[in-house]
Design a protein. Structure first.
Ligand code: AMP
Ligand code: ZN
Length: 135
């Protein structure tokens, strides 16, 4: 896709530190890592985000993401990894080509990703049934 930086990386038109490639997916180091070893896994075929991706595309990328996560854990000797994807600019997505972040995590590294809250009264029941309606 024209003007997509990840399509350009996949096509070799922009430089990247590629760590993995198969028929459907590519993985390369994030240029602004949360920790060294922070890697992005992307489908070769352009799709905008997780929600709009077709199932076949998702399947192959998630399997590649597992391979990459194992390699990142081994290479960085991290205690864990966060595997995330932002869907939509309101959720923090800044590159509109589906990508999974594989972020190494270390004991006491101080990152708390989300504040947490609680449901009031029957809110939890209502929310669960509302979501179920759409599946
Ligand atoms: P997000 O904000 O969740 O869409 O993630 C996009 C990620 O892409 C950010 O973490 C950026 O640091 C990373 N990024 C942007 N441009 C490049 C690039 N040319 N090479 C590697 N990573 C990039
Ligand atoms: Zn793209």
């Amino acid at each position: 896709m024209i003007d997509c930086i990840f399509c350009k990386i996949i096509a070799g038109e922009l430089p990247s530190w590629k760590v993995y490639e198969d028929d459907h997916a590519v993985a390369f180091l994030d240029i602004h890592p949360v920790h060294e070893g922070h890697t992005l896994v992307v489908p070769k075929k352009h799709c905008t985000d997780f929600v709009s991706a077709d199932e076949n595309c998702l399947r192959s990328v998630i399997v590649a993401t597992q391979k990459v996560a194992r390699a990142v854990l081994a290479a960085t000797e991290a205690g864990g990894v966060n595997i995330t994807t932002a869907n939509g600019s309101v959720a923090g997505q800044s590159v509109f080509h589906l990508h999974w972040h594989v972020m190494p995590r270390f004991e006491n590294d101080g990152f708390r990703l989300w504040p947490q809250s609680t449901y009031a009264d029957t809110g939890v029941e209502l929310m669960a049934s509302e979501i179920k309606k759409w599946i």
